[in-house]
Design a protein around this ligand. Structure first.
Ligand code: GDP
Ligand code: MG
Length: 719
């Protein structure tokens, strides 16, 4: 078995290359114990060659979780070869990592990616010179066009078989090289010969993890420390800077002989010209707003709505449900079975599947924007705004996707490299109202607010406010302290969309939505149907006529008092909130069932008068706030679990959302009562206390950053 690792900076094209090399033959999971994605696959046409996609990194220092994982993998798993992917349009910065990889004593191929762009610009990269100066094989590729990728893989296999290890470069001044040589001699007993230079350089940089990893004697550490301190004195600089300067110095020295630009420096490419307009300080936001308006108009109101209406009304309503119940009756099925299948299963699952066309169209358009390169610009534009409340611009794409469905939204957070930023994004993304929450809004807007459009608009404002408030509050806790990772995403050149890329990512997002309907919602629809149809009457289980006597009502009554301070203490409201956890669109259909309507329209028009009797405008608004912000549906919680890769974090995320929703609804309802009706009670005091706490959490000073030591030992490489 030959193991090849793909290593490179973020956005250099690793994933594109990985997909090209492995085809559909891949396994996606997480690195054990952490939220960083792990992708592994078999090289197409080779049963004995595995390809490992490592997280994108800029260096092999232990400063981020990604770096720790990548270097831990390289040091401990010893892949047989490395393919170091270089973004040729940013060659200078990418080579910095290369200088470090060369020291690891692992056979390595430099894959110069994005050469299609280089060619288009008329630039020339002298690969022979590059190979000579860096002492390793160089292959020109275009991962996007699948050019040269097999050659790169074959080259890596060849090197792995012959175990051709590159010779480390003498990057530093003679004095420093001499010290590093001395350190190599000192640690020689502890390390394998080929790796001694890597460890020596790291020890020169005073990398504490390496000290621990090698288990050096205190006397040895002290000896090395003295050598390093002497060099620092001599150079009048700290050890890490000396090493960094040495690496960049070497690259700067050789780069002019390697890269020959066709155009004078400063000439703008077409991509640059587009960016001048699209990321312009003044125009960027209006252009973005216009594009998003078109995307949503087409998917939600235009084509999407037409198809969705047809699927909901004609397909599931008439064709499936109608025919099925007629057929089951004629076949002599028991009444409860027909009820279960038609109302429970087709009703529940159909409600979700009805959204599929809208979602697919939305995801298709977002995928196109992503593939042509516009989404990276969106992240870049939004970064200026999001940074103010502790999130990175990259959090915006998950939220955009979550406005369709939270499940793919949470999954989209994978593209955020920084662990804390990603966790925070996962925790706040589902505050943005998804497609399935809109019927709840429409129901209450119709029943109590004359269908005012302001209510729907305010739903988005509530979501955005929840994201902002949570961002600020969470960022001030120890867990999330520290600035969001600096925005160093390269803006890839614009290119024409590729059908395969677009269809793949549309399908990845769409299928997670469809799977949600087929699994968790199917199961919960069945359970829910039983709970609301059966009850314990006169000491016997039986199907209840009136669901006031159902198990569901008993459950609802038990927990209803919890919601009384929020203004909706009736059991129906409690039950609707619970069924909302199964799927948010269930809230409307549950209310329909509870008020005795088997079938209600999407906005629940039939039950508006019942609701108007049970709610005031204030309690309705409070109910809406709670249901928009509290834990998302089970499928989304499942996605959070998958992405967090940790049960405690999942519980924390869900608990936070529920608590936040409760507090917000409490504040709005109790203060509403006080200001509108002059009514105050213990609830008002509680709300005032919550508000004060919230304001304190918002405005207290941020704590000092507690540098979190990442323990490499906790991460095991062999699952
Ligand atoms: P990763 O972060 O290293 O996994 O990078 P990705 O594979 O996600 O690629 C980042 C961006 O570069 C995407 O927009 C790709 O379409 C684009 N890209 C990747 N390889 C090439 C290439 O060879 N040529 C061009 N023009 N674009 C590429
Ligand atoms: Mg990637």
């Amino acid at each position: 078995m030959i193991k090849i690792a793909l290593v490179g900076n973020p956005n250099c094209g690793k994933t594109t290359l990985f997909n090209g090399l492995t085809g559909g033959n891949q396994y996606v999971g997480n690195w054990p114990g952490v939220t960083v994605e792990k992708k592994e696959g078999l090289l197409q046409g080779h049963k004995d060659v595995t390809i490992q996609d490592l997280p994108g990194i800029y260096s092999l220092s232990p400063y981020s979780l990604e770096e720790v994982i990548a270097r831990g993998y390289l040091l401990q798993e010893h892949p047989d070869a490395i393919i170091n992917i270089i973004d040729s349009t940013n060659i200078e910065r990418n080579l910095y990592l290369t200088t470090q990889l060369l020291e690891l004593g692992i056979p390595m191929v430099l894959a110069l990616n994005m050469t299609d762009i280089i060619r288009k610009r008329g630039d020339v990269i002298d690969t022979c010179e590059l190979a000579a100066k860096f002492g390793c094989a160089v292959v020109e590729i275009s991962a996007l066009n699948k050019e040269g990728i097999l050659e790169a893989a074959e080259q890596a296999i060849l090197l792995a078989q012959t175990k051709m290890v590159p010779k480390p470069l003498a990057l530093f001044e003679n004095k420093i090289e001499k010290v590093i040589g001395e350190i190599e001699t000192i640690i020689a007993p502890q390390v394998v010969a080929g790796e001694s230079r890597w460890y020596a350089v790291k020890l020169f940089e005073r990398d504490q993890q390496i000290v621990k990893m090698l288990g050096l004697e205190p006397a040895t550490t002290e000896l090395i420390g003295k050598l390093v301190a002497a060099s620092e004195d001599q150079e009048d600089d700290d050890a890490e800077s000396i090493i960094t300067a040495g690496r960049y110095g070497y690259i700067a020295q050789v780069i002019n002989r390697i890269v020959h630009k066709a155009q004078a420096p400063g000439t703008l490419t077409v991509s640059d010209k587009i960016d001048r307009i699209v990321t312009n300080r003044i125009l960027a936001l209006p252009i973005f707003a216009f594009i998003m308006f078109c995307v949503y108009y087409i998917s939600m109101s235009g084509v999407g709505a037409l198809v969705t209406d047809w699927v909901n009304d004609e397909f599931f309503g008439e064709m499936v449900a109608g025919n099925l119940s007629a057929w089951m009756e004629s076949a002599g099925c028991a009444e409860w079975l027909t009820g279960l299948v038609v109302e429970g299963i087709v009703g529940g699952v159909g409600a979700v599947l009805g959204f599929v066309p809208q979602m697919l169209i939305l995801f298709l358009m977002l995928s196109i924007l992503e593939d042509v390169g516009y989404m990276s610009r969106v992240a870049f534009i939004m970064d200026r705004i999001f940074r103010r409340f502790g999130l990175s611009g990259k959090s915006f794409i998950p939220m955009l996707v979550a406005s369709g469905c939270g499940v793919p939204g949470i999954m989209a957070s994978r593209t955020i490299e920084n662990d804390r930023d990603r966790k925070m994004t996962i925790m706040t993304t589902t505050f943005i109202p998804c497609g399935a929450k809109m019927p709840i809004v429409a129901l209450f807007a119709g029943a109590l607010f004359d269908g005012s459009g302001l209510i729907a608009t305010s739903a988005y404002f509530i979501g955005v406010a929840a994201v902002i408030i949570s961002g600020i509050i969470l960022k001030k806790t120890k867990m999330f302290a520290g600035d969001p990772a600096p925005f160093v995403m390269e803006l890839p050149s614009y290119h024409m969309p590729y059908a395969t890329n677009i269809l793949r990512s549309t399908w990845e997002r769409g299928s997670s939505f469809i799977i949600k309907a087929g699994t968790i919602i199917l199961l919960s629809s069945i359970i829910l149907w039983f709970l609301q149809s059966f009850g314990y009457v006169d000491g016997a289980w039986e199907m209840v006529e009136d669901n006031n006597g159902s198990v569901l009502a008993v459950l609802g009554n038990t927990i209803a008092p919890i919601f009384a301070p929020l203004g909706f203490g009736k059991w129906q409201a409690a039950v609707a909130s619970i069924t909302g956890l199964i799927a948010k669109e269930n809230v409307v259909s549950t209310y329909g069932v509870l008020y005795g309507f088997a079938e209600v329209a999407e906005d629940g028009q039939e039950i508006w008068s019942n609701l108007a009797a049970d709610f005031t405008q204030l309690s309705a608004y409070s109910f809406m706030i709670f249901n928009l912000l509290c834990a998302p549906c089970f499928a989304a919680i499942g996605a959070i679990r998958r992405e967090m890769n940790n049960a405690k974090w999942t519980a924390f995320a869900v608990g936070y959302m529920c608590g936040f929703a409760y507090v917000m609804a409490l504040i709005v309802y109790q203060f509403g009562l006080y200001f509108l009706e002059g009514h105050w009670s213990l609830g008002t005091v509680a709300a005032a206390f919550c508000l004060a706490t919230l304001l304190y959490l918002l405005f207290r000073p941020a704590p000092e950053e507690a540098a979190e030591a990442i323990d490499m030992k906790k991460i095991s490489w062999n699952e």
